[in-house]
Unconditional design. Structure first.
Lengths: 558, 322
């Protein structure tokens, strides 16, 4: 039963050559291993017997679509969730030699003892941490108003000696923190407040915390989702160094290039089943995508013919001055057109469109003219945009898109609620519209009673799409529509967007994903420091050109 | 196979348990007089607590309701006494006082709401401030003593509190009406949905084209109106107002809301639970009055224990669910 089977004929070649199977005991060099791990929530089993083993000094990627069970698996590994069945082995006897002695020099001692079997009840989060198994969540776990050093030693504060043991030994904590950060080649001052750090630096602090805890298994759940390319590169160098010290690293990411760059082995899971475990060198990116999805992916980006020259202008913006931008901005969008806004993180895409639709105030004293389908409109609040057939999907689907603790139907109808209500809400009409949307957008859930927070990221995005499109807008603005989403769901979302454009809706895609911009857009506006640096169309849309505008090497032709 | 949902059923079970306890404690408990007394007394706190359910569901808090009740009572009495000299019809005078009461309540609520939303001061601080202001104003109006309603007018107005319909006092009918309207408003209208959304996550509400400030301000205005309604039926009971009127009403109202299963952090509100919560609080006092086993002076202590136990049970059930 544990024997891995790959039903897809196209996969057998890979499986035949590269798939590794281990016997009933985990390899002696495993830091952490599970066999036949099963996990259920209520009556629903989400993991159906997974085998997984992490060696020391390896980066082991876990690959799978949204909802495949990756996060559940790592939560079981890190003691956040108790497994229902299966054995978990941990090799706690392996010691770091001189973890405090600084960069590079320390390694895990080679006197490997056979792994210990730990019962599900005993494998709590605290037990896992004591054994050196640390999970770094996508959402950081830092006290924002405390300093870096205070965070690193949170819960294991150092005290002075003798009478001074009543007080904290701040100096030693700061000195040690500086050492840990130096190990990571990171120059943050340990005395700074965490709230003043960038996202990348916060992640460094999270990793420094694991050094203080003497971590030997580090689990990173989509660590690069919030990082820029440069920051990601720095993270990978750090992972290389940790790997060199013998730390085992479990790495989850949807970016296949990253997995190709960093992973030694890859475990693929699909719908809670193990597909297989492969040496990374034997898989191409195409192989990875195919194993994950279980079928050949048709072209990721559907081709939408550019609108005819006679297509009317759906949206025309003149002199919109975003607060903080140096100059007002103007652009036009035609029916059936897909206009992408590209640029570096922080280039002002979101600010521009949130100002346009009335979610944030424009620069005070500025006057803009906005025409929707040829009629001049004033969009002072978001409700005005909705009334004029404009929908805007936020990129922050957890923080601003969905009520995570509320049911799916309530979330679905929130933006279009007036459509279902006279004096009272017609819950029957609301329910039937919801049922239809679940069908149209292929929203998958454990059961209809779950809250939005329990959906996988991809399904949350589909729910958000359903919510904002229920008003049948003519102009649809989507901000980072596929961030943190697996390739199968990505493809679905691209097809939904393509259908909208084909139906004559005007579409704006704000995205930092270069291939998505190039694959989908008819025209690309590249932003640099708050304003449009240039607009590309047709053959001009290349990664090279976009980067030249995005980095300010090239400015708009005067 | 559905398990009992503690969050919904808990307050009802507690109410029934207290009722059964009451029957055992004293034979007089079940008398028509005592039951209608319990219902009438719960109506003041109950009506105020229904307003508080809206405020708390939307993520706010209003500490000023007790002082506001005292202030509105004082204004009504001063107005009625003054109108006695100008208008002959007692009914007209009472009607004008009721209109004024509603206007003052709505205005006071709007001030709380606008200070919270437009001036962006935390609701706790705003209403702590207005609580002190209204309390002080009514003491000033009464010159440190008591404002008394004209005797002959008071006789006519007292019908509002002591009169009955189908055997139940008018305040009970008013309570019932306010509860039904509150239930419909919170659970079946767009406004109610918006209250839940704002209380769950303001940012999501904002990005769903909900006017967050307007929804919040509306809940404070509703709260003010509920205080005004409670005052309209409370003034004829005593016929007076002083610096001591409505003391601790805010805490009793919040306690009723919390016992009823509404969450203080917002996003989750139950009108039915609030009604039960108000009844539970009154029942405790009533049962302590009817028994010698526990001193009546310990009323507040018992109420405090009940609040803490109620929240503990809800949290426990909530945790098990996840």
């Amino acid at each position: 039963m544990v024997q891995v089977t790959i039903d897809d004929a196209s996969n057998t070649a890979i499986a035949g050559t590269a798939h590794e199977s281990h016997g009933n005991t985990p390899p002696r060099d495993s830091l952490l291993a599970v066999q036949k791990l099963k996990k259920s929530y209520g009556d629903i089993e989400v993991l159906h017997g997974i085998d997984f083993a992490l060696r020391r000094g390896e980066v082991h990627a876990i690959l799978g679509e949204n909802g495949a069970g990756k996060s559940t698996l790592v939560k079981c590994l890190a003691g956040f969730e108790a497994r229902n069945e299966g054995q978990l082995y941990v090799n706690t006897k392996q010691e770091f030699s001189g973890a405090d002695s600084g960069a590079g020099s320390s390694t895990i001692a080679d006197n490997a003892v056979s792994a210990q079997l730990i019962t599900a009840k005993d494998w709590t989060h605290a037990a896992a941490e004591a054994a050196g198994v640390v999970l770094i969540h996508q959402e950081f776990n830092l006290a924002e108003q405390l300093s870096v050093a205070e965070n690193i030693f949170l819960g294991s504060e150092l005290r002075g000696r003798g009478l001074a043991s009543l007080f904290l030994d701040k100096k030693q904590m700061i000195d040690l923190s500086r050492d840990y950060l130096a190990t990571l080649h990171c120059t943050i001052d340990p005395a700074t407040l965490v709230s003043s750090l960038s996202v990348a630096d916060k992640q460094m602090v999270e990793i420094a915390k694991t050094l203080a805890k003497d971590a030997r298994v580090l689990i990173l759940d989509e660590p690069t989702a919030v990082l820029t390319q440069k920051e990601s590169a720095a993270l990978f160098e750090l992972i290389d160094r940790l790997r060199g010290r013998g730390v085992g690293i479990i790495f989850i990411s949807h970016k296949l290039e990253e997995i190709e760059r960093i992973a030694d082995r890859i475990t693929v899971i699909r719908d809670g089943d193990l597909v297989g475990c492969y040496p990374a060198a034997t898989l191409s990116k195409d192989d990875m995508a195919r194993l994950m999805v279980g079928r050949e992916l048709s072209s990721l980006y559907p081709k939408v013919p550019a609108p005819h020259e006679s297509a009317s202008v759906a949206l025309s913006v003149h002199g919109l001055h975003v607060a903080g931008a140096s100059a007002p901005e103007s652009f036009e969008l035609r029916r059936g057109e897909i206009l992408a806004f590209s640029g570096l993180v922080g280039s002002g895409r979101t600010a521009l469109f949130e100002t346009l639709v009335g979610l944030r105030p424009a620069r005070s004293g500025s006057e803009s003219k906005i025409f929707v389908q040829g009629n001049e409109v004033r969009l002072t609040q978001f409700a005005d945009a909705r009334a004029n057939g404009i929908a805007y999907l936020t990129k922050d689907r957890k923080g601003s898109g969905l009520l995570l603790n509320k049911g799916l139907r309530e979330n679905f109808s929130l933006f279009a609620l007036a459509q279902f209500a006279g004096v009272l809400i017609d819950t029957r009409a609301e329910q039937s519209a919801f049922d239809k949307a679940v069908d149209t957008f292929d929203i998958r859930m454990r059961d209809t009673g779950v809250v939005a927070g329990n959906l996988s990221g991809g399904n949350q995005q589909k729910l958000l799409l359903a919510k904002m499109l229920e008003t049948e807008p003519d102009i649809v603005i989507v901000d980072e529509p596929t961030r943190g989403i697996d390739i199968g769901t990505k493809s679905q979302i691209y097809h939904f967007l393509a259908e909208l454009a084909a139906a004559g809706k005007a579409l704006v895609i704000l995205s930092s994903d270069m291939s998505e911009v190039i694959g989908m857009a008819h025209r690309v506006a590249v932003m640099h420091q708050g304003n449009i640096a240039g607009v590309l169309s047709g053959n001009e849309i290349t990664e090279h050109e976009i980067m030249r505008y995005a980095t300010g090497l090239k400015a708009a032709a005067a | 196979m559905t398990k009992v949902d503690f969050k919904t059923a808990g307050p009802f079970i507690a109410l029934i348990a207290l009722f059964i306890l009451g029957i055992f404690v004293n034979d007089a408990f079940l008398s028509a007089g005592n039951v209608s007394n319990i219902l009438a007394r719960s109506s003041f706190i109950g009506i105020v607590a229904i307003g508080a359910t809206f405020v708390i569901t939307t993520g706010g808090i209003d500490l000023s309701v007790g002082s506001m009740a005292a202030f509105i009572s004082g204004c009504m009495i001063l107005l009625m006494n003054a109108l006695m000299a100008k208008i002959d019809s007692f009914v007209t005078i009472i009607f004008l006082a009721i209109v004024a009461s509603a206007a003052i309540g709505a205005l006071a609520g709007m001030i709380n709401g606008l200070l919270t939303t437009k001036a962006k001061i935390e609701a706790f601080i705003v209403t702590l401030g207005t609580m002190g202001i209204y309390r002080s104003l009514v003491t000033y109006m009464a010159d440190g003593g008591t404002l008394s309603l004209n005797f002959t007018l008071g006789d006519v107005y007292s019908e509002v509190y002591y009169g009955t319909l189908l055997g139940l006092p008018y305040p009970v009918w008013v309570f019932l009406a306010v509860a039904i309207i509150g239930y419909v408003l919170l659970n079946m209208t767009v406004f109610g949905r918006h209250c839940f959304a704002v209380g769950s996550n303001e940012s999501v509400a904002h990005y769903s084209a909900i006017n967050v400030d307007r929804v919040k301000t509306a809940t404070y205005i509703l709260q003010g109106l509920c205080v005004s309604i409670a005052t309209i039926i409370y003034v004829p009971r005593l016929g007076s107002a002083s610096g001591q009127t409505g003391i601790l009403w805010e805490l009793e109202a919040i306690a009723a809301v919390i016992i009823g299963g509404t969450m203080l952090k917002g996003g989750y509100g139950r009108i039915g639970g609030t009604v039960v919560g108000a009844l539970i609080l009154t029942l405790i006092g009533n049962i302590l009055n009817l028994t010698d086993a526990v001193s009546n002076y310990l009323n507040g202590a018992v109420q405090g224990v009940i609040v803490i136990v109620a929240v503990y049970l809800q949290r426990g059930a909530w945790r098990a669910k996840n």
